[in-house]
Structures are given as structure tokens and as C-alpha cells.
Design a protein around this ligand. Structure first.
Ligand code: EZ4
Ligand code: CO
Length: 402
């Protein structure tokens, strides 16, 4: 199974996606998701200029060797652009190997460890009535776990609050939108929101919350403690993630479970967090953490410490990346939960998918490989559009973590 070509396909049906498409002399096509939200073209150049020419002529079966070749061979190890590019190659090769074997990919990863993957959806609203409506809409769609985000009185625009249906992290804008932040207002407001949600929806429903890295360690510790009565499934990204030591302080003060890692790209980002049991869930994306090969390694390491998966799955993970997450999640022993924001209708026409969402559980399906096909005709209708994630400023204009 020799690689004949590796091409990068950029398309923007409902948002931007970068897909690596690897073809072999057997006539098979393997796909990898290389989307890096708001910095897409950097990965396009990395793949097209530096990686694709090296893949042609290689044996597509040699997944581990290719991973090491791209990681060690680059000399400049790690980093989001490099690791997104390696992820795309790795996932495309796993897709090819599983297609060649005539099996869904999870069979090659050890087979199914469960019958379905618990997924959580995103509810948000500017006030309690609209937040409740958003939660009810997700429950009606079948979701059995829900992330709760809400506006904060006094702040005009904050991240992660959608319209009536969903929110899209990056806007199709020429420059980042500037949003507002004030930690004291947020800390005062949020516990009451969870109290109201619990009163309305009862004690059983798993509830999650994402802080988006916006608090100092002592503020995060206080929030974790204040939310304990509402029994969160997890509190996500409570402090800026690059500071592993910060989680130790948070951990000393609260029993609210902690999740972190959507901006990580290597096991080295997790070493202290896992070995010192400072977190409960690994939030990495397959697409940003070196693909299935490397995220499986991280999850096996985490599993030795009772830490579970919570693989990243917002809309900037393409259906290709989502399928990879589902195959890996079905196979690993220490699965926790899967994030799932549905894509738009145009995206579903560009990417034909075999994965399913039924009664709140996801399954990657039984098609050989990843189970996703890319329509080049559909993809070609939607050229790249400039898009950026927003930034966040305090009331005095200081740039803050978002
Ligand atoms: O901000 O995917 O948990 N999910 C999230 C997402 C991320 C975006 C960044 O590209 O925090 O909304
Ligand atoms: Co997040």
C-alpha cells in the first residue's frame, strides 16, 4: 500500500475545514482533519510544502514509523501547527489501514470497549429562561449530558453564548471580535445559575461548565468550591492551561472534577497533571495532539491514574476528526465523555458520515476505516473565508485570557 499522493483540501461550508487526502496505489483514499481554528492556512502550508512531498512513495502501513519520522525528523518538535499536521497524516494512515483490513477503525485499536459513547451538548443563553429553553432543546434531541454557559450581568459580549440553537467559536470576520470580561461579576453570578438549573432539571442530569482559561488559580479554587453543591461532571479549563502547577492550587481547595487540555498538543503538556493526579479528564483533540497514535498513548498513561477521556469535539473538529475521536473513544478503556456540537447542513453534504447519535450515545458506525467520505465537488463550492476566534478584554482595556 504505497502512497501515491497527499493533497490538502480547504473548504468552508459552514466554517473552515482543512482535510488531508492521501491516496494509495491500491486506489484507497484516507482522510485526516488538519483544522486549526483561526490559523488554518499555517497547517495548509506545513502539510503542502513540507510533509506531502515526503509521504509520496512511503508504505502507508507504517503508521508508527511515519509518526516518528515527522515528529523527530522535523527537529522543531511539538507546537500546535506541527502536531495538527502530524495528526492529519496519522489519522489518514489509520483510515487507510482499516479500509485495507475491511474493518471499522476501532477494531484495529483493540475493539469496542462499550456499546456507545456518552456525548454532551452545549446549552447557553443570555438569561435563565433562554438557557432553560436551550437545555430543553438538547434534551429533546436526546442529549443525556449538558454543558451550561450563560451571560454575566454587566458584560455585553462573552465567549460561548450562542443564539437560539448553537454557537460557533470563530466568526467569519476580518479581525478578532473583542469581547468583555470581569471575573468578580462572573464569580458572583455563576453559582446561582447552577442552583437554578438544578432546581429546574433535578439532580440526575450530568452538567458541565467551561471557564475558558479565564480565572487565576485562587479564583478557580473558589469557583470549584462554590459549585460543589451542584455536583458538576466537570469544570473545564479553569485556569490558563500552560501553567500546570496552577491546577495543584485549585485541587487543594475543591472536589469539583477538573478537565483541561483542548489547547495541548503533546503528552509533555500533561505529564505533571497526570502523574500528580491534578485533573480528572483529558480534553485533547485527536486532531491537535498527534492523531490517534499519540492521543491513545496519552490516554493509556492517564488511565493508570484513574483519569478519563473527554475528547474535544466542537464544530471546528471536522466530521473526519470527530470520527477519529469516536473510534478511539469506543476502544480505550478509560473513556469518560465525548463533546459533540452538530455541524451545519452544508458540512454534512461535504463530508458523508457513518457515525450516529442515538438516545444521547454516539457510535462510529461499521463502515471500513473512519467511515467518512469527502465530496470534492461539494468541498469545491466553498472557498476558505478569513475567520478568527474572539479576544477578551477587561473593562480597562487589558487583554485577558479568553
Ligand atoms: O473554544 O473549539 O470546549 N470547547 C471549547 C471550544 C473552543 C473552540 C476553539 O477552537 O472550548 O468552543
Ligand atoms: Co473548552
Amino acid at each position: 500500500m504505497i502512497i501515491e499522493s497527499a493533497e490538502v483540501v480547504v473548504t468552508s461550508p459552514d466554517r473552515n475545514f482543512v482535510t488531508l487526502r492521501v491516496t494509495t496505489d491500491d486506489g484507497l483514499v484516507g482522510l485526516g482533519d488538519a483544522t486549526l481554528n483561526g490559523r488554518e492556512q499555517s497547517v495548509v502550508a506545513y502539510l503542502a510544502e513540507h510533509v506531502a512531498p515526503l509521504l509520496v512513495g512511503r508504505d502507508a502501513h507504517r503508521i508508527e514509523d511515519t509518526w516518528q519520522f515527522l515528529y523527530r525528523g522535523a527537529y522543531w518538535r511539538r507546537g500546535p501547527v506541527t502536531m495538527a499536521a502530524i495528526s492529519a497524516v496519522d489519522v489518514a494512515l489509520w483510515d487507510l489501514k482499516a479500509q485495507a483490513a475491511g474493518m471499522p477503525l476501532y477494531q484495529l485499536l483493540g475493539g469496542a470497549s462499550r456499546s456507545g459513547l456518552l456525548a454532551y451538548g452545549h446549552a447557553s443563553g443570555p438569561d435563565l429562561p433562554s438557557l432553560f429553553d436551550s437545555i430543553r432543546r438538547l434534551l429533546a434531541e436526546g442529549y443525556r449530558a449538558i454543558r451550561v454557559q450563560t451571560s454575566v450581568p454587566g458584560l455585553d459580549r462573552i465567549y460561548g453564548i450562542g443564539g437560539p440553537v448553537a454557537y460557533e467559536p470563530a466568526g467569519r470576520v476580518a479581525a478578532p471580535v473583542e469581547e468583555d470580561w470581569d471575573s468578580r461579576s462572573y464569580l458572583r453570578h455563576l453559582p446561582g445559575v447552577f442552583e437554578a438549573v438544578r432546581a429546574e432539571f433535578g439532580p440526575e442530569l450530568p452538567l458541565l461548565h467551561d471557564v475558558h482559561h479565564r480565572l487565576t488559580p485562587i479564583e478557580a479554587a473558589r469557583l470549584g468550591r462554590a459549585l460543589e453543591p451542584y455536583d458538576l461532571f466537570w469544570l473545564e479549563d479553569c485556569t490558563p492551561a500552560e501553567d500546570q502547577e496552577a491546577l495543584r492550587l485549585v485541587r487543594q481547595h475543591t472536589t469539583t472534577p477538573l478537565a483541561i487540555g483542548e489547547v495541548f498538543n503533546s503528552v509533555y503538556d500533561y505529564r505533571q497533571l497526570i502523574a500528580d493526579r491534578l485533573i480528572d479528564y483529558v480534553r485533547s483533540a485527536v486532531t491537535h495532539t498527534g492523531g490517534i497514535t499519540h492521543l491513545k498513548r496519552i490516554l493509556e498513561y492517564a488511565g493508570q491514574y484513574g483519569i478519563k477521556s473527554g475528547i474535544h469535539g466542537p464544530t471546528d473538529i471536522s466530521p473526519v476528526g470527530m470520527a477519529a475521536a469516536l473510534h478511539l473513544g469506543l476502544a480505550v478503556h478509560n473513556f469518560g465523555i465525548q463533546e459533540y456540537m452538530k455541524h451545519g447542513a452544508r458540512t454534512d453534504l461535504v463530508f458523508e458520515q457513518s457515525f450516529s447519535f442515538t438516545d444521547g450515545l454516539m457510535h462510529p458506525g461499521s463502515s471500513p476505516g473512519l467511515g467518512v467520505r469527502l465530496s470534492l465537488d461539494e468541498a469545491g463550492k466553498y472557498p476558505y473565508q478569513t475567520a478568527y476566534l474572539p479576544i477578551n478584554r477587561l473593562k480597562d482595556g487589558t487583554l485577558h485570557d479568553w
